[in-house]
Design a protein around this ligand. Sequence first.
Ligand code: FAD
Ligand code: FES
Length: 273
Amino acid sequence: MDMMEAKILSLIELTSSYFILELEAPKVAQSAQAGQFVMLRCGPGYDPLLSRPFSIHRRQGNRIWLLISVVGRGTELISLSRPGAQLEILGPLGKGFRLIEPGRSDPPAQALLVGGGAGVAPLLFLAEELAGRQVPLTVFVGGKTSADLLAIEEFEKLTTKLHLSTEDGSRGEKGLITGVLGDVLEQDTGFRQEIFSCGPWGMLAEISRIAEERQLPIQVSVEARMACGVGACLGCVIKAKAPEGEDYGIGDYRHACVCLEGPVFEAEKLIWN
Ligand SMILES: Cc1cc2nc3c(=O)[nH]c(=O)nc-3n(C[C@H](O)[C@H](O)[C@H](O)COP(=O)(O)OP(=O)(O)OC[C@H]3O[C@@H](n4cnc5c(N)ncnc54)[C@H](O)[C@@H]3O)c2cc1C
Ligand code: FES
């Protein structure tokens, strides 16, 4: 797979820390699955040298949208791009979410989507895919402050079951979104629930613990520093459980490339400590 040129169609600043980038990228848009990502060059030059990974937030026709949090030099450079400019892109990459089927099972399936901060990025694409299959959705969005609650209006179009929380209490419930999820799971909904989540590692670890306690299936999209995005540099490895009976000479775990095996994993296959 080669780098391609993608034209910037729009760049919308959501807050001083987040923006949405709309790109004309036909090959990516037409083959992307929810949860997959792209490697994006930060500008026309080679400084910074490495592309940066971003989840596909939405796609339609020949266009894709990325939801980007400005955290360092690369993302700041991208935020300074202008519509009409071209950025190099590689993708779609990685393994996306395994979608669930609508109510053929008894009890019927329900998807619980839990995102923290920019972690909602792949979850909107997923929500649109699941809503298209008539899978009932409950969405949980958490952030430090109300400015970190992203894509709320888009989720409201897909479900009436939207739970918000902020650590400072400026919007939604005060506290962590994991607490809200725990409370909602206490209620018996009569659905066969499956959790899909993306956000900081600590949040994913806690949600995985909650899911394990209740024996609920859970898929998580995890982040790692990436240099190549295609399995060549081994810079993105995380610890995964070794299959029964296999010994990798490093104990009861093995290394998994986030860019190839992930970024979406069944949470029970990872080592969380
Ligand atoms: C598969 C995947 C999907 C991603 N999707 C999105 C997305 O949809 N939207 C989004 O805003 N971001 C996403 N990220 C994170 C994004 O790639 C990084 O924030 C970005 O590369 C930072 O580049 P930078 O040059 O601005 O920051 P740098 O100058 O490289 O780093 C700035 C700070 O951010 C930290 N940091 C950088 N990259 C990561 C990372 N991957 N994980 C944790 N901390 C990091 C560094 O340690 C440093 O403290 C994703 C990452 C992965 C691996
Ligand atoms: S980023 Fe290079 S191997 Fe995953």
